[in-house]
Write a new protein. Structure first.
Length: 234
């Protein structure tokens, strides 16, 4: 069932690059054994972009002076600003506050923020939590930890080609970069994987179906650069 696949993919730590993308494609590959994972090294020019460094994180949290963990990205990946550089610091709330993002109009929601192309770091909190911390005063002390790596590696994308009786090709693409967002990326991943599975089971197809699962923008650009002969660029 589609819901079961979505539930399995939901907690994986997806971003533009990294082990979360590979894990996601591995799960899709269990249903689509013909899926091929491609690795494109960091620093490679792709059209007018460049493949970014690979990012992975192990833990990210904020603790108060009593050791109480106020924020923990293990509980929800959106608590960590995507592509944050590693950090381990003790800060006052006045110093930490500029690194914290929330949605005042939706106090129970965790915002989604990234820093793909800036070397910075931050956390995303429910605004109700921010108001509680504001109440502790500017001089309250907190420990912040982001155990992450951002270094040369690779951008990963997945591809399935289902040949048809003609060379006319239908291209279907979905993004694999957003963590813990059901309607953004995850729904497209699940529906496109189910479609590929259905089409693969057909004894014959008129059209060739080409599926691509890649991180947003730079992943699509990378795929286009790798397939310039197949998809003429206008």
């Amino acid at each position: 069932p589609l819901h079961d696949l979505a539930a399995r993919l939901y907690p994986l730590r997806r971003s533009l690059t990294g082990d979360g993308v590979r894990a996601t494609l591995h799960v899709l590959g269990e249903r689509l054994p013909m899926l091929v994972q491609h690795e494109v090294p960091s620093g490679r020019p792709v059209l007018d972009w460049t493949v970014p460094d690979e990012w992975n994180w192990r833990e990210a949290w904020i603790e108060d002076a009593n050791g109480r963990r106020i924020v923990d990205a293990d509980r929800h990946s959106l608590h960590l600003v995507g592509y944050s550089v590693p950090v381990r610091e003790r800060l006052t709330w006045n110093e930490l506050r500029p690194r914290v993002h929330s949605l005042p109009d939706w106090p129970d929601l965790i915002p989604y923020r990234t820093a793909y192309y800036a070397k910075t770091w931050g956390f995303c909190l429910r605004h109700r939590t921010v108001l509680e911390l504001d109440g502790q005063g500017d001089d309250a002390v907190y420990d912040g930890c982001i155990d992450a790596t951002r270094e040369p590696g690779a951008l990963t994308y997945g591809e399935v080609i289902l040949p048809g009786s003609t060379e006319d090709t239908v291209l279907i693409s979905a993004h694999v970069c957003h963590p813990m967002l059901a309607n953004d990326n995850l729904s497209g991943l699940v529906v496109s994987a189910a479609l590929a599975e259905r089409l693969a089971a057909r004894p014959e197809r008129r059209y060739t179906y080409h599926f691509v699962w890649a991180p947003g923008t730079v992943g699509a650009i990378t795929w286009l650069a790798q397939n310039a002969a197949r998809v003429p660029l206008v």
